[in-house]
Design a protein around this ligand. Structure first.
Ligand SMILES: C[S@@+](CC[C@H](N)C(=O)[O-])C[C@H]1O[C@@H](n2cnc3c(N)ncnc32)[C@H](O)[C@@H]1O
Length: 182
């Protein structure tokens, strides 16, 4: 979703430490690697070898693999791999485009990973979640995320939800969490 990249371009700076929690075909990982630059660090997670292979190839082709650590692990294990403070953590939920549509992200592990991310966010750090309510299972995950976002303490986090008003309510949308209370 374009809005997610817009926020990343605005806020991620050279030298930042960032996470792509769902590498898929690697498009978000590549943007993060470019923005964080050679002095930055990117951790990328996926549970499918095909996704990490595609991501590794894209990053190598674009000359950005040096600053990226790809982890064949569920993002709920974020804390075992990444080192805080993190300036941005990105989730692009659902299934791998062009891949197995049954291997979707699931509310239990997504929520566990989001909680782990919150604890590792830098001050003013961003958590961006692109949510897909349109596929079977995606609707439940979306409901769980709505409840989760609404329940975050306002004295610690700013939470926004951005849906496209002129599209179906099943269209992808963005949840954005910022550590801070301004
Ligand atoms: C929508 S795709 C990501 C698309 C990607 N951002 C891109 O630009 O191509 C979702 C990915 O999440 C992965 N996934 C599912 N459950 C996961 C988990 N627990 N931890 C990490 N990745 C997971 C899937 O294998 C899939 O590749």
């Amino acid at each position: 979703v374009g809005l997610c990249h817009l926020f990343l371009k605005e806020r991620v700076r050279p030298g930042d430490r960032v996470v792509d929690a769902t590498c898929g075909n690697g498009h978000d990982t590549l943007l993060l690697a470019r923005l964080a630059g050679p002095t930055g660090k990117v951790w990328g997670f996926d549970i499918q070898e095909a996704a990490l292979t595609a991501t590794r190839k894209l990053l190598a082709d674009e000359g950005c693999l040096d600053r990226v650590e790809l982890c064949m692990a569920g993002h709920e294990r974020l804390g075992e791999f990444a080192t805080p403070p993190l300036n941005a953590v990105v989730f692009n939920l659902g299934y791998l485009p062009g891949g197995d549509k049954s291997r979707i992200t699931r509310p239990e592990t997504t929520l566990a990973a989001l909680e782990a991310s919150l604890g590792m966010l830098a001050d003013k750090g961003l958590l961006l979640v692109v949510v897909y309510p349109g596929h079977p299972g995606g609707d439940n995950e979306s409901d769980a995320l709505q409840a989760w976002g609404a329940g975050l303490p306002p004295e610690q986090f700013n939470v926004w939800c951005s849906r496209q008003q002129n599209r179906l309510q099943t269209s992808p949308y963005l949840i954005l969490v910022e550590r801070g209370n301004r």
